[in-house]
Structures are given as C-alpha cells and as structure tokens.
Design a protein around this ligand. Sequence first.
Ligand SMILES: [Zn+2]
Ligand SMILES: [Zn+2]
Length: 365
Amino acid sequence: MNTEPQLKSERKKSCINCGAELTYAPGTDLITCDYCGHKEVIESAGQPFQELELNQYLQQMGAQSHAMEITMLHCDNCGANQHIEENYKSLHCVYCTMPLIVEDAYKDEWILPGAVVPFSFDQAKAHQIFKKWVAGLWWAPNNLQRASLSAENTKGLYIPYWTFDAQLDADYRGERGEHYYVTKTVGSGKNRRTVRERRTRWYPAHGKVDGFVDDTLVGASQQNGGKIPVKIAHWNLKELKTFDTRFLAGYVTEKYTIPLKDGHLMAVDQARQIAASWARRDIGGDTQRVHHIDMRLSEETFKHILLPVYISSYKFNGKRYNFYVNGQTGTIHGSRPYSFWKIFLAILGVLIVLGILVYFYNSTY
Ligand SMILES: [Zn+2]
Ligand SMILES: [Zn+2]
C-alpha cells in the first residue's frame, strides 16, 4: 500500500505539536491528539450540505466532480469493501473478522459522501453498553461474561446509505368502499336469532396526488458478513453534518456495494408505496382499492451519506457471534449463545414442581 497518500481525501491528520495521528472525538466537531491534547475544529461541520442532481449521475457515472479516489480493501470472505484510515493497526474485516491483506489495497473511485452522522460516543462507551447487555441476558452461559471481550474488538464503522428526494405526482384509479350493515335471521327453531352483518358498497374513484418525498433512505451495503439488524438501523438524520474526511479519522468506512442505480430503483419502489398510501387517503371512505397508479418523479436529487455503527464479534466455544451498537443512539442488538444446562435445568425444575403438584392432587382425592 502506498504509505504516503497524496490524495486530499487521505491526507494525514497529524498533530502540529507532536506529529501523532489526530482522530475524531465522538460527539464533537473536533479532531484531537490523544498524546498532547491538541484540538482542531472541523469548520465545515455546520455548513449546509448539497443534494446532487440524480440524472446527471445515472448517465455519466464516475466522470463527475463529486467522485473521489480512495484506498480500499476488499474482504474476500464476506464481500465488504472497507476504506481503512491510514495507520489503522488492526486490519481485520469489521464484519467477519477475516484478516485483510494490506498489499491487496487498491485505488477505487466513489461518489463523495455528502453528509455524515458522526459517532456520538467512543469505543469504550460502546464496550460498556455491550457488557451491560451481556449481564442482562437470560439463559446465557455463565462464563460468557468472562469470555474474551476486549474493548479493541469493538470497531466503529461508517455504513453507506443513499438518500433520495423527489417531487412526486401521480394519477390514480381505484374504488372507494363504504360499509353498511344488514340484519339477517339465522338458525331455526329455538336457535333462531338475528345477526348484523357488514357489507361494503364500492364506488369508482380517480384523482391526482402530489407532494415532496424527502430523505428516502436506502442501505447501500451488501455483504454476507452479517447484516445490520433492523432494530438498530434508526438514526436521527436531523443531525447529519456536512461531510469532512476528518469525521472518519480513527474509524473504518465501508464503501457502498449497491450502486447508485440499484439504490435508486429501490427508492422508486418506496415512492410507489408512498403514492399508493396518498391515493388511499385521497379516495377516503371506509376502505379503498387502488387499481392503477401512474407515478412521475421529478427534481430528483440524492446524497451518499455515512451512518455510524459499532460492530464487534466475539468467539464463544468456537462459535462466532456479532453484536451491533448504533453509534448515534446507543441501541444494541446482537446474536447470542444460549446455555444448554441452564435451560435444561429450568425445564427439569418445572417438571419436578408439576410432578409434585400432580402427586398431591391425586393423593388428596
Ligand atoms: Zn499531539
Ligand atoms: Zn469480511
């Protein structure tokens, strides 16, 4: 790997006092030196960020001003593409922990991220959250807590997403359903009774709906080293900051594996669902049918954004487990081992209690 990167994006963030590497300080707009405490402000953080015009990008990928070259390492095991900041000591895939070979690094182009939600707390805090989670697990093996859960195994990863904005206009055709009730007599003889039954009368409906679809979020990461669980994948996008490579200092950044074109198709699908829900609202009545939607999107813009997650994998009895902490909110989710003996003994306990109850019940009668 080229140890002297000339690219602006990969310029070394060295401390002017002591030469040590500066890293992003979570929860701030600063990069700091761990050795002498020197701080630098990321001034661009507060500036408004730019939405990019979509069509131009779909037509001439790779040839525009917002593309940038970065050094990437590809994981052959799970398929993730990771941009490792210079001087990153441990070169293991964040997803699947396979060692990455520095010599395999290659130059790659990516669409420059427009905005980033920076980490709001550090690795040590993420590790605390994990320890607390482990302590609260039921049916987990006792020695899980003693298992090697070193804080260094917890890595901060910026995950790529596409977001799309568009003006949506749609013509729809459907039906408006209105409920009414009929009383019917059922049964015969003694069992004769009347019941109220709901029916629906349908009326044809058509019309137009329009509105602005803001920030449709589409995941841009596809690998098989463990998906980001849906439970932790909620970020407050109001806290997006204008992208600056300094926010990445000290963290691993994943390059999108789902191209813009495919991400856009997923966003169009989501827009179609939004159009259908707007049509239903427009139709009104008690219930609706939508038969046809003619949807048009215009003024389409997009952003490539990065969102923060701490990932750790731990080995337990020879098996690998992953856990994930949302780097903004601290929400945690992960896979976990179960203790066979704890569950076995609990079931045995329940069976014994039941056996005793049955015994006394039988002996009293
Ligand atoms: Zn320093
Ligand atoms: Zn991997």
